[in-house]
Write a protein of this length. Structure first.
Length: 537
């Protein structure tokens, strides 16, 4: 990190001032967070520090890099819950009042759909618990409710802020732009009162990478009123020079990045790279990828090359699970951690097929709960998997029945229950080829070049191919962005951020594609990419 910036942060820490490190993509913000931690513990070895970030993956990375004894690393949800969960009496009052608030002002409180009327003593005999799902009538809350309850608790019970102050001298928050306003309010309002002021609150992030609807985006209000001192970080250690030039034009703020990757002698070594905007009158992505532009790209190497779309549906079409996707009205039950019992069962089958293919026999035996002691057992196992592979393109139902008949993955009570309760959905899905399940599985577990433009945040690749297609999503519109359509400012701002995030994933080469763009779009592309880098194919 540039010495001037670290010296600024040290000065703010020494003077107990809150700070915000604002830096674009690839500027080394997380590395800077590490240097801040090192400085704090060098200065105060016994300091208690709370460090929060957005994902569990990032939490694990920070814990591994900085195993300080008094460092508490967690997601924001876990941190807040940890600090309110023991005050059950207050939590019950807060939950009751937020349910009443929701009834009076929808979307301002906590929604309750239970059949039993909520009375003031409704939660007296219950324990409020935080889980992956919500069941308010049993006192079970989930992610959204943790944030609302925490905000209420810190606002109405100032003693909580005092307890936090006694626990921690420093609070550091990574990817601040993705946190909700009610969370920022806890840290920069309630924890900054005259009696409860934390020594230093440090934030790290980039307002241009705020791509989630609930994220605060920026904290300009707190910068303007002096609560937080902003430091701009203009480095870019990730992208090629051409990509940096482009993303600087996409940004709409005071951050203008510069190539900063250096060799041992201090020479700048960011690659030159390339950026291209291509278009055609009709979309055939497979034909487009045959263009000479992609001749050195390996789309089979998903660690180096990524193909980005706005929605899962656009990917489903390209990746080969569109029939399966279309049958599910609730996409959350198909893709993500909330998969239904059918998809979970099908994934079990896919997993054992992979284990056998990879010759991971110890894990395979554990999964299918069989005992192999003789060569005849191995032969029988091979015959079983060969017989499934022989019908791998058959229907989902064929594969389920086959795996059950071979005692590999049995039809259990959960699947039977699904077939009964969701009979219409099961009947619609069961005739689809199991090959589509394989395609879905490989997409979900990052074994393909495809990703949504939201899902790619935080990653980086040598080559990035961005397809500009709104996918029927009204919140985004690339045409409005490139044409700067009057009256569409909120859509333009949202689209600009997602386009910035996509473009800044490219370490070396970036290609952006649009179907049948207007002349106004092409003109804007020329302005951003340069006339030599815009072409019809």
């Amino acid at each position: 990190m540039a010495s001037g910036i670290i010296n600024q942060i040290k000065e703010y820490i020494d003077n107990n001032q809150n700070f915000l490190l604002s830096g674009g993509a690839g500027s080394g913000k997380t590395y800077a967070l590490g240097e801040v931690l090192e400085y704090i513990y060098e200065k105060s070895p016994l300091a208690s520090v709370a460090c929060m970030t957005y994902t569990n993956v990032a939490v694990d990375e920070i814990k591994e890099r900085f195993p300080y004894k008094n460092l508490r690393v967690s997601t924001i949800h876990d941190f807040l819950w940890e600090n309110i969960k023991d005050y059950q009496k207050n939590l019950k009052i807060a939950l009751y009042n937020l349910i009443l608030k929701e009834e009076e002002q929808p979307k301002s409180g906590i929604k309750y759909k239970g059949e039993t009327p909520i009375m003031v003593d409704f939660f007296n005999d219950k324990v409020i618990n935080y889980k992956e799902y919500k069941k308010i009538e049993e006192g079970i809350i989930s992610h959204d409710e943790v944030l609302k309850l925490s905000n209420y608790m810190f606002e109405h019970y100032p003693l909580l802020s005092g307890i936090i102050k006694d626990k921690y001298s420093f609070i550091l928050i990574d990817e601040y732009q993705d946190t909700e306003n009610q969370v920022i309010q806890i840290f920069l309002d309630y924890l900054q009162s005259k009696t409860n002021k934390i020594n230093v609150i440090g934030l790290f992030g980039d307002s241009m990478q705020s791509i989630y609807d609930k994220g605060i985006g920026d904290i300009q209000y707190y910068i303007d009123n002096g609560t937080v001192k902003e430091i701009l970080k203009n480095d870019n250690y990730r992208c090629s020079k051409e990509v940096i030039s482009l993303i600087n034009k996409i940004r709409n703020d005071s951050i203008k990045q510069e190539p900063s990757l250096q060799d041992d002698q201090g020479n700048i070594i960011n690659k030159n790279g390339s950026v291209k905007f291509i278009y055609s009158s009709s979309t055939n992505i497979n034909r487009i990828k045959l263009s000479p532009l992609f001749e050195n790209w390996d789309f089979n190497n998903n660690k180096e090359t990524k193909e980005l779309y706005l929605t899962h549906k656009l990917i489903a079409n390209e990746c080969g699970f569109i029939d399966l996707f279309d049958k599910y009205t609730n996409k959350d039950r198909l893709i993500g951690d909330n998969r239904d019992k059918l998809i979970r069962h099908l994934y079990k089958i896919k997993e054992i097929l992979d284990l056998y293919k990879d010759k991971n026999y110890s894990e395979l035996v554990r999964k299918i709960n069989i005992y192999i002691s003789k060569s005849s057992d191995k032969k029988k196992l091979k015959e079983s998997f060969d017989s499934i592979e022989a019908i791998i393109n058959n229907s989902i139902e064929d594969i389920i029945i086959k795996a059950d008949g071979l005692n590999l993955i049995r039809i259990d009570d959960k699947l039977t229950e699904f077939m009964t309760e969701k009979e219409e959905l099961y009947n619609a899905v069961k005739t689809i080829s199991f090959r589509q399940v394989i395609s879905l599985y490989e997409y979900e577990y990052d074994k393909t070049p495809y990703s949504t433009q939201h899902g790619i945040k935080g990653a980086e690749f040598e080559n990035v191919f961005v397809v500009l297609d709104n996918g029927g999503w009204n919140n985004y519109n690339f045409k409005h962005l490139f044409e700067n359509t009057e009256g569409k400012e909120s859509i333009i701002k949202r689209t600009q951020k997602i386009f910035y995030v996509c473009s800044s994933r490219a370490k070396n080469n970036l290609v952006v594609y649009s179907e049948n763009p207007s002349q106004k779009m092409i003109n804007q592309a020329i302005s951003w990419f340069g006339s030599d880098n815009v072409a019809e194919i």
